[in-house]
Design a protein around this ligand. Structure first.
Ligand SMILES: Cc1cc2nc3c(=O)[nH]c(=O)nc-3n(C[C@H](O)[C@H](O)[C@H](O)COP(=O)(O)OP(=O)(O)OC[C@H]3O[C@@H](n4cnc5c(N)ncnc54)[C@H](O)[C@@H]3O)c2cc1C
Length: 504
């Protein structure tokens, strides 16, 4: 278990998770001939590769040092989204009057029950990739820490495993801020925050990326006095400014105290409270909280793998170096997921692992650069993006035209009182080719998939405009943006012809 993990909360859900994801007393198999594919790390990347390769008849070894499911199931997307869902329920209860209902007189937050639900959901999803199931699919499953002991060999628990091809899918870990006094004071990360059973009365979230914004909003909705400090002028630095601004406003509405351009520089404990000095433009403000949660980014998990022994090039910041086919500097070893990619998402780990199975085992030439990668930050409203940003297109000297539809012009957003946000679709100017899109909406993560599909299938905005969208749905905003395109893209001749016809 990683050093940052506290003892897991004792619950029957936790016990089920352990049985599925790291069964006590597990006996590792005895390796025989070199494996067709040896995989280090059983997060989404390693799991998808193992199951795909085994289903194709390959002899597969999968090695996991902690829990099957990796960060995504245990400390990432699954628990955070489960927690966010309950937080949203509390927000909806408080906003009941918006829906013509009376808010409950006394909204009592049962934090323990909410977190038990998180753990129940985690345990339930752990059944999908349980140890027993993987073995039944013909995968040789090893528990232990793997390290390379040669160009074609790995050691785990003193046993040497040989391979024809290997996949490094060891993921990433949270970057620890080097703030004097932080370690001594104690702090939460994504590795232990979902094990909380008692609600912190107050919380400082350090970092305004997706993790920080999602959890700051969730804790605030649970009723924790929440402060967020981010050392840049806007949250979600990668996103378009108007999208980031909407997240800021949403957090403020939910009662989060926002400190932008603010750096936490010192932590000390006084009277059982953690005092944190935040510096903004040379001014120091001290905030007193019960807990601190850090979320300042992720770094690739390359430590302890002895990559040098295998001739695999890497560096601490970018992780394992791979080419467009996800091959490392050792042509028999590939990498996928957070350990080598800039985009650190479950879906991307999955997609990259599929590329590896194809390329490593079947002489495939699938390229990572050919993928269209969407992502979403699950604040309320959500912020989803796919393809290029305008800034990026301009840097590449691609002329861009943008079609924007505010959600307050979309009937279903109005009926649901979910009017915050917009759909913004960028096309190559003079064509209907979609370059990218940003959606800010309560269900932006669902909506963006329609645009990803259009981009992958090379469907232009003109065709999107001809697709009947069910009414009333929030995804109609996409059709409205496409309609805006067709209205503005009649050739002068066609416009003249229309006028002639109508006035005949
Ligand atoms: C709080 C949070 C929320 C997130 N929310 C989302 C979301 O909503 N959507 C989304 O798409 N992504 C989300 N992510 C990102 C997502 O969790 C990761 O991108 C994804 O888990 C990466 O998968 P992976 O297989 O590359 O690595 P991981 O999931 O990190 O798995 C790697 C595995 O390798 C094991 N390992 C490491 N070293 C060794 C070794 N030497 N020997 C054996 N085993 C080893 C680890 O124990 C781990 O189980 C979130 C992340 C966090 C932290």
């Amino acid at each position: 278990m990683p050093a940052s993990d506290p003892p897991a909360a004792e619950s029957r859900h936790e016990r089920e998770l352990v049985v599925n994801a790291c069964p006590p007393g597990w006996q590792n198999p005895t390796p025989g001939a070199p494996y067709h594919l040896l995989i280090i790390g059983a997060g989404p990347g390693g799991l998808v590769a193992a199951r795909a390769a085994a289903a194709l008849g390959a002899k597969v070894a999968l090695i996991e040092r902690h829990r099957l499911g990796g960060d995504s199931l245990n400390y990432g997307g699954v628990p955070s989204k489960a927690m966010i869902r309950t937080a949203r329920l509390y927000a909806d209860m408080r906003n009941a009057s918006q829906y013509g209902a009376e808010p409950p007189a006394d909204i009592r937050v049962d934090f323990f029950a909410a977190m038990e639900r998180v753990r129940r959901i985690r345990a339930r999803i752990s059944r999908v990739d349980s140890a027993v199931r993987l073995v039944a699919e013909g995968i040789d499953l090893y528990f232990g820490t793997a390290r390379f002991v040669g160009r074609d060999a790995v050691e785990v628990g003193g046993t040497r495993l040989r391979f024809r091809k290997a996949l490094i899918a060891t993921g990433s870990r949270s970057i620890q801020p080097t703030i004097p006094g932080l370690v001594e004071a104690g702090f939460l990360t994504n590795g232990n925050v979902f094990d909380l059973t008692v609600q912190p009365a107050s919380l400082l979230v350090i970092g305004g990326g997706p993790l920080g914004c999602e959890l700051a909003q969730a804790f605030s909705r649970f009723g924790t006095r929440t402060i967020i400090a981010h050392d840049e002028p806007l949250f979600l630095p990668k996103e378009e400014r108007d999208a980031a601004q909407m997240v800021s406003e949403a957090l403020a509405r939910d009662g989060v105290e926002i400190h932008l351009n603010s750096k936490a520089v010192n932590v000390r404990v006084e009277g059982g409270r953690k005092l944190v000095d935040l510096v903004n433009d040379g001014n120091v403000a001290t905030t007193a909280v019960e807990e601190i949660l850090t979320g300042i980014g992720r770094e690739p998990a390359v430590q302890g793998l002895d990559l040098e022994a295998a001739g695999v090039a890497y560096d601490a910041a970018a992780g394992v170096h791979v080419d467009d086919f996800l091959r490392t500097s050792n042509p028999h070893i590939y990498a996928a997921g957070d350990v080598c990619l800039e985009h650190k998402f479950t879906d991307t780990a999955d997609a990259s692992a599929r590329i590896v199975v194809h390329n490593a085992l079947f002489l495939g030439r699938k390229k990572m650069s050919a993928l269209t990668i969407p992502w979403c930050t699950y604040t309320d409203p959500e912020v989803a993006h796919v393809g290029m940003y305008v800034k990026e297109a301009r840097q590449r000297r691609i002329p861009v035209k943008t079609f924007t539809v505010p959600m307050h012009d979309v009937d279903r957003a109005i009926t649901d009182s979910e009017e915050d946000g917009f759909v913004k679709i960028h096309v190559r100017e003079g064509t209907d080719t979609i370059l990218g899109a940003t959606i800010v909406a309560r269900h932006a993560g669902e909506m963006i998939n329609g645009i990803s599909l259009a981009m992958v299938a090379k469907i232009g905005l003109r065709t999107v405009a001809s697709v009947i969208h069910t009414y009333p749905t929030q995804a109609e905003a996409i059709k409205k943006a496409a309609d805006a395109y067709t209205r503005t893209h009649r050739t002068p001749f066609f416009a003249w012809l229309l006028r002639k016809w109508l006035n005949r």
